[in-house]
Design a protein. Structure first.
Length: 499
């Protein structure tokens, strides 16, 4: 009798759980919002699609099939129209990040990217936003130049040997070394041979996979993290490795000379933080040093490497556009005294349009940026969503909206230049353009990433000619949409003709 009861009890609770799910699906006020059938009852559909690594394309197709609001899971809805995006992500929005972001941090800690506390995030961002501002880039440009010099030398070696290589991988080596140089005042050394030093690149990748998938079922994250952290092959283990890596860098960082005039020193990011900590240890704590350093390493390499890959990929697939940009680069080079500075790059209209269009067509992030409807509910588009409902817009969906970007699959930098004569059109395009996020959660490192791209791309086009080895590339989307096989050959340009 007892054995039968022990068997029937879990069966009963499972049946009750399923009954509740069916009841919610049948009587929800949002039951008529369309989407794939199984999304009414379970998150497994979404989990399986995300696990496939191509959800950015599937998300676009879902909106083409079902319209501006699509059900993704029982309480999750993907949104796409401009008014909805402004409501959820606009300045002053009270839509907090969803529990999906919990997978991107230690269960007992908080980080600036994953922080779901709106007030704390705003306070932290206010403390450190100056370190990422346009005005701070003048301090970081020499760090970028040093890495660009080494990167160009590596490409010269490939040109001399006529070797085929994965340009996407080398862009990641460059981005990793730059963010190491900017953050800690020293390169990691990835550009020396292209090796994954201590498995750091692989560790970041594992973090992406783990965090992306566990975020679909965030309640499992605290239960899995402690166990999986013991295994280096796991994403949780990768996060533990990166945390230790950053702590080691902070511990070994050379103490800044407070007596040396600031104007005579090129300060790295950590040095600025340490000086701020010594000045006001309550405002800038040791934990702040850790989370800001960790954020730079985790997010500062993949995003920039993907964006660099996108720019070069689309240029190489569109020779006419490439020729126009090379002409602009050559013209600016002829006017200057060497490498194009970041300030000069801002005065290159075609280059700016190329960067913008490339990041529209292939943004680094490729999943909905999930937010929670605040207390009292909210009107989103033509629907009212009760508090606690999860909604989100995918950058790829916004960037491929045919109403805003006609022929969205065509690489057309000119669309941005032409729109300058139509202010309303340009405003609409900018409202839907969000490769670095929107509103108060816009990526803090946006300007650093733009600095890296602005310094490297003109230099590569000035000194080399690239030949892609395929017309299509393979990508993998675990939050970041990463190219896996961007193989090229390179040869030196005859720069004597430009002198």
């Amino acid at each position: 009798m007892l054995a039968n009861l022990l068997f029937l009890l879990p069966v009963f609770f499972l049946f009750l759980h399923l009954l509740l799910r069916v009841g919610r699906a049948l009587f929800s006020p949002l039951k008529d919002i369309p989407g794939p059938f199984w999304t009414r009852f379970t998150s497994l559909w979404y989990f399986s699609r995300v696990r496939g690594g191509q959800f950015e394309h599937e998300n676009i197709k879902l909106h083409q099939q079902y319209g501006p609001i699509v059900r993704i899971a029982p309480n999750q809805y993907s949104i796409s129209d401009i008014s909805a995006i402004k409501t959820v992500y606009g300045t002053g929005s009270q839509f907090a990040k969803s529990a999906w972001y919990d997978g991107w941090k230690h269960p007992q800690q908080w980080t600036i990217f994953a922080d779901r506390d709106i007030k704390r995030h705003a306070d932290t961002r206010k403390r450190f936003t100056s370190l990422y501002s346009m005005s701070s880039l003048v301090h970081y440009e020499p760090f970028v130049d040093r890495c660009a010099d080494i990167f160009v030398n590596r490409l010269g070696d490939f040109a001399d040997s006529k070797k085929i290589f994965n340009l996407g991988h080398w862009f990641q080596c460059y981005a990793f070394d730059v963010i190491g140089n900017i953050t800690f005042g020293e390169r990691f050394g990835f550009l020396d041979r292209g090796d994954d030093i201590d498995g750091a690149i692989e560790a970041v990748h594992k973090v992406m996979v783990y965090s992306t998938l566990v975020g679909v079922y965030p309640e499992w994250h605290p239960r899995l993290f402690g166990l999986l952290s013991k295994f280096k092959w796991s994403g949780a283990g990768g996060r533990a490795y990166i945390s230790q890596f950053v702590r080691e860098k902070i511990r070994n960082h050379q103490k800044p000379d407070a007596e040396a005039p600031e104007s005579l020193r090129t300060q790295d990011f950590l040095e600025k933080l340490i000086l701020a900590h010594e000045k006001n240890p309550e405002k800038v704590t040791e934990y702040h040093l850790f989370i800001m350093g960790q954020s730079n390493v985790t997010a500062g390499s993949d995003t920039t490497a993907i964006s660099l890959s996108s720019i070069m990929w689309h240029l190489l697939q569109n020779p006419d556009t490439l020729s126009k940009l090379v002409a602009e680069v050559d013209d600016f080079t002829a006017k200057g005294n060497g490498n194009i500075t970041f300030k000069e790059s801002q005065d290159m209209p075609y280059f700016q349009a190329v960067m913008k269009e490339a990041l529209r067509m292939h943004s680094a992030t490729g999943l909905p940026m999930w937010r929670v409807v605040p207390a009292g509910g909210a009107q989103i588009g033509d629907r009212f969503f009760h508090e606690g409902t999860i909604v989100g817009a995918n950058t790829w969906v916004a960037h491929y909206d045919e109403r805003v970007f006609p022929n969205p699959r065509t690489f057309q930098p000119e669309r941005w230049l032409e729109a300058e004569s139509e202010p309303d059109k340009l405003k609409e395009m900018n409202q839907m353009y969000m490769p670095f996020g929107l509103g108060s959660r816009t990526c803090l490192g946006k300007h650093i990433s733009i600095l890296e791209m602005s310094k490297l791309i003109p230099r590569l086009l000035r000194e080399f000619e690239f030949t892609p080895l395929r017309n299509n590339w393979t990508t993998q989307n675990f939050w970041f949409v990463k190219p896996m096989d961007f193989e090229v050959q390179v040869k030196r340009r005859n720069t004597e003709l430009l002198e």
